[in-house]
Ligand binder design. Sequence first.
Ligand code: G3H
Ligand code: ZN
Length: 276
Amino acid sequence: PLVSTGSIVAEARGSGRGVCAFNVITLEHAEAILAGAGAPVILQISENAVRFHDGRLRPLAAGVAALAEDSPVAASLHLDHVTDADLLRRAPDCGFSSAMFDASALPYDENVKATREAADWAHARGLWLEAELGEVGGKDGAHAPGVRTDPAEAAAFVAETGVDALAVAVGSSHAMTSRTASLDLSLITALRDALPVPLVLHGSSGVPDEALAAAVAAGMTKINIGTALNIAFTGAVRETLAGSASLVDPRKYLAPARAAMAGVVRHLVETVSQRP
Ligand code: G3H
Ligand code: ZN
């Protein structure tokens, strides 16, 4: 069934588990995620993915929502990495129960102001809002790695903006194709102790299994994963195409790609949703 992100995150946090939030680019992603998950899961569409669909949000969101409704797995729709307030305004009408408003590239005061406006607008429409403080980095190569979120500043940020969850910079980086990131687990615990809201880990594809489980045990709740799915998907496409120069039916390479993605989803959900 289609449920709300707020309820999935609250339930995971209450039982000390993590919950995976997977990035969806095409319907095959959503099919693979729902086939592999076996536990509640968040389906997120990023502003970049909307751009890929020529700015159209509704068609993909409607398809993903319909797949979630028909699935035995509880799943929610989340709009990810929104920098454009106009896109945020379209979320409630397109089936989203939550969004991440990303003003993390702005100076602190401007991040607070933009995020508070976004949170007020979202809450008036029943939308759960995530924001980011301290740049996770890696995205578009724009952010310097090594930046960390300060717990005291994060506590002030949450109090000033009223957001429902906070993405924090604790050592991960977006779009890593090797799982070599090392997380600052004591910082995660310090942030957990300092903040009244759940913590979100971005760039989780680059984090090894053991560190993902340790991050959840240390206090991380929402685990955002995109690149790891695309590695599995594209690897299977490449392998299938390399095996046959005469293959033209997309189903012949999309089916193994979707199956490979579902396998990665199954493994990551098991890793993240273990009770500590
Ligand atoms: O918001 C999305 C995530 O942070 C995904 O990052 O593609 O590096 O796993 P990733
Ligand atoms: Zn992210």
